[in-house]
Design a protein around this ligand. Sequence first.
Ligand code: OFO
Length: 181
Amino acid sequence: MLNRKLITLMNEQMNKEFYSAYLYLDFANVYESKGLLGFANWHKIQAREEQDHAMLFYQYLHNNNAEVKLMTIESPDVRNAEAINGTNIKGEKLQDLLRASLKHEEYITSLINNIYSVAQELKDYKTMQFLDWFVKEQGEEENNFQNLLVKAQLFCDDSKGLYLLDSELAARTYTAATLTV
Ligand code: OFO
């Protein structure tokens, strides 16, 4: 039986993962409205991955006879962020958006680490093993956004560079999560 504190934290994490999906869909929404269809594609796929993450928590809770609570998902508001005022997204504005995504991933990493430390305190090795996948995944997610940010810093001050990076991001395809619960 899962510890009550872990059940609460994992239900909250499921909600945060669904929020992440909603947030990246809103980023896609903004990029798409600005004609950056490659960036939009990349973020729509990111949103699908976040839904997978949420469903892994859903399934883990069910598999351990714990109550699953579907809480309200906060509404993201990327469009109103100061970073995208104006008509074009390139240069500094693009970097601000990518920095916001990176910051969000660092926040999600801190939440996963916190659940991990609670599981560790409780000597819940099964949950620690489940969370191992997320620890690795968070490292990858932070890297992905960090790499995008570096590319934007290096190449996206002009329209040609932005066009080429957007074309590269259009090629991203969805792969389902490898973890089975
Ligand atoms: Fe679920 O990894 Fe991003 O938020």
